[in-house]
Design a protein around this ligand. Structure first.
Ligand code: BES
Ligand code: ZN
Ligand code: ZN
Length: 519
């Protein structure tokens, strides 16, 4: 357990086990030069030579630990390199996140019980120190995450008190940033834990119970869950066509947060929740089925975001909708060539039962439009394998025809390190989903290529009034290469960016109203 606090005591007056120094290249301190000189006066007069001898000069990716003794107590000095910080502000911010994450992970390895770090000067990052604090608090949680529930030889929990030195005027701002960071950091790790849990543990029933628990714990969130009977009454033939193949009944979950202001705009977040994707009758080959427990990452993100919003109380109404199913082959599963009808009356020819994400999201979008008439719908889905080829494993694919909405999301991605990259969409792609026998086919024609875009076009067919954006997180939801704070397994992709998008627009009421009115 991490316990993160602010301190307005002088850096060295904090009685902790470890002192962390974020150092720029050539041993310029990015945090506080006075703090370093204190090590020279009190402990190591030749500190610079020692660091040099051990080849630590503050380069990006370097770290070094020195131990000292004070009144019979061991102290640790952690030096972490930030490099020159001469890149674009968002890259510099990412360098800071990774440097801090490496310190957190090393402190965890050494079971450090208390530590302090000073916030760096803001200049290279072009954001306020309040924002820097928020980013580092979130990042502390992310760096600490490991999926070890089933390891019988797991170590004891790491308990550490982390102090951020924020000697500054804006103590209220810092306190809010701390609350934001704690709430979001733990939300992200909860989502990562659910996403990492295998399909024999997390299925539509258990995941919907987690959503219900969140509503039980937060009075400002309501939760509606229904199964096949109600889905049938509502005409959700598309959702049911996937759900029916499994022994686990599909669950349709709606979490609702209402803003205090009656005129607040409404955002619907729809998350794909396939707790395991075998492909169904269009069965995946075993190698491609590996990792299909991650196919509910969109839903997990939406559910934890709702908890976060319940705590942060933005001035925006938010509806979180997660259709939860297990995609299995069975005597009740859909066949290829089946025709089903979604809630809005559109008929769909199922050319592949493995393109199931769009089938369940179609009804989720229809439901949002029919019962909540949101101003904005954003869907989040591990939708297409093609996404890995289109944008790789470090960016989510963002598809929207709405330039303002797209730019606002891109900006949130850039600030939070939860990166997105836009893909094109226009009427030409729409034709890719034509069917000879129904209104739509659930697989884009091969001749169009761009499986990520044609899948998005399919979803767009179910949006009626709202402004809409689609995030394909198929290639970012798990196993992001080379990012220390994402580690192995689930990453929590989209949560940081969506939190920022909703909260910053919620705060700047005028901004979201513009966004809404421009549409
Ligand atoms: N869940 C998969 C997408 C996926 C693939 C996520 C790899 C993560 C890693 C999705 O349901 C799927 O199987 N999509 C098919 C669509 C195709 C049949 C049109 C795909 O991408 O192959
Ligand atoms: Zn599939
Ligand atoms: Zn899937």
């Amino acid at each position: 357990m991490l316990s993160i606090k602010l301190t307005d005591k002088k850096f060295w007056d904090n009685n902790v086990e470890a002192y962390v120094f974020l150092m720029k290249e050539n041993l310029d301190s990015a945090s506080d030069l006075d703090s370093i000189s204190k090590i020279e006066t009190d402990f190591y007069p030749h500190l610079k030579q020692i660091l040099k001898r051990h080849k630590f000069n503050g380069q990006k990716g370097q770290s070094y630990v020195l131990t000292a003794e004070k009144n019979g107590k061991l102290l640790q000095f952690f030096f972490v390199g930030l490099g020159k910080l001469d890149q674009a502000w968002d890259r510099n911010l990412e360098i800071l996140r990774r440097a801090w994450a490496s310190a957190v992970q090393r402190m965890k390895h050494l079971s450090i019980e208390s530590a302090i770090v000073a916030l760096p000067e803001t200049e290279p990052f072009k954001v306020s120190s309040v924002e820097l604090l928020k980013q580092l608090v979130i990042n502390s949680y992310m760096a600490d995450y490991e999926f070890i529930q089933f390891k019988s030889n797991k170590k004891d929990d790491w308990n550490c008190q982390l102090f951020f030195d924020v000697i500054d005027e804006d103590f209220t701002g810092f306190t809010q940033a701390l609350e934001y960071g704690k709430s979001l950091g733990s939300a992200i790790n909860t989502a990562r834990h659910w996403i990492d849990l295998p399909g024999n543990i997390i299925h539509p029933g258990t995941l919907s119970e987690e959503a219900q628990k969140i509503a039980n714990e937060h009075k400002n969130i309501s939760c509606t869950i229904f199964g096949h009977e109600r889905a049938q009454e509502l005409g959700m033939g598309s959702f049911l066509s996937v759900a029916r193949g499994s022994e686990h009944e599909g669950k349709f979950v709606i979490l609702e947060y209402k803003a205090a202001d009656n005129n607040a705009p409404t955002i619907a977040l729809c998350g794909k929740g396939v707790t395991f994707d075998t492909g169904g009758i269009s069965l995946k080959p075993s190698a491609s089925m590996d990792g299909m427990k991650y196919d509910m990452a969109g839903a997990a993100s939406v559910i934890v975001l709702m908890k976060f919003f319940a705590q942060l109380k933005p001035n925006v109404n938010i509806i979180g909708i997660t259709p939860l199913v297990e995609n299995m082959p069975s005597g009740r599963a859909s066949r290829q060539d089946d025709i089903v009808v979604a809630m809005n009356g559109k008929s769909i020819e199922i050319k592949s039962t493995d393109a199931e994400g769009r089938l369940i999201l179609a009804d989720a979008i229809c439901y949002a439009e029919k019962f909540h008439t949101p101003d904005i719908i954003i869907d989040i889905a591990t939708l297409t394998g093609a996404c890995a080829y289109a944008v790789g494993h470090l960016h989510m694919a963002l598809i929207s025809r709405d330039e303002d909405l797209k730019n606002a999301l891109l900006a949130s991605g850039k600030l939070t390190g939860d990166k997105m990259w836009p893909l094109p969409i226009d009427d030409d792609f729409v034709l890719a989903n034509n069917s000879d026998v129904a209104d739509l086919s659930n697989t884009g024609a091969r001749s169009y290529g761009a499986g990520t875009i044609t899948a998005a076009c399919f979803l767009e067919a179910f949006v009626s009034k709202a402004r809409w954006a689609h995030l394909d997180i198929a290639s970012t939801a798990s196993d992001a290469p080379g990012i220390n704070y994402l580690g192995k397994g689930a990453t929590g992709a989209s949560i940081r960016a969506l939190a920022d998008f909703v909260i910053s627009h919620g705060k700047q009421d005028s901004l979201i109203k513009n966004l809404v009115n421009n549409g």
